[in-house]
Design a protein around this ligand. Sequence first.
Ligand SMILES: [Zn+2]
Length: 276
Amino acid sequence: MTGPVTAEAAASQLVLSIFPGADLLGRGFEAEGFCVVRGPDLLWGSDVRRFHPPCGVFAGIIGGSPCQDFSRKRRAKPSGYGDEMIFHFARCVTEAGPDWFLMKNVPGVPDVAVDGYTVQRFNLNARECGVRQNRLRTFQFGSLDGKPLVIQREMLFGAVQPCCMASEGKSTMRRTFADFCELQGLPRDFDLPGLSIAAKYAAVGNGVPVTMARVMATAIHRRGVTAWTRLCVCECGRPVRRGQTLATPACRKRMQRRRDASGRNDAGGVTIPLFQ
Ligand SMILES: [Zn+2]
């Protein structure tokens, strides 16, 4: 969380949060000065499938669509619900026409494509945001102007705690709700009145740690503010030095996997021109 953000810039940033749940993602954006409007969620008795956002009102749309179908731990066949919800996320972007969107999910998620938007896809570990959880999430950032995010990673070294899973509330070994909330970046006295214990843990465990959300919100604020920057071609948002195209050995492997998967050969790479 570095860098100046002017009050005027923040005030102009109205954001719509889709599938909010307990909205840890939106809370991170609020903490960085965005004004977040929460869309419908089955948790609160309303359905995105019958929701139509107004056009031209929101600067951005954020959301962590349901990820169970895309989880590598899943043994059952995908239900189709995950794909359906991504469809509705993309539909809401099309209807609202924001400058940008951000979707959070797990690495197995399909690409989100919306006409007119350039999408930057990258993984981020909660540890790279200073969170004591080894929790990998995939973000897809789409923008009309195509300016990608520069991600400020600050790796946490040292012990991590078990990840906050949605299912923890059903376990007799569960941590206290206060400890659970704190590890997700919420205040210790955070509560969701009216929900069962299991539902409270699920709502908080399904969310992205608030600190991770703040890193994303900061990157979005700083987009276009940062002077000329060269970024890694793997889309991870890491700056690279002149003459370099890939930031880390993992970036090199990622590009290789993509080439293998697509059958294309775009080796050599190009520096993404940014922030002129
Ligand atoms: Zn990279």
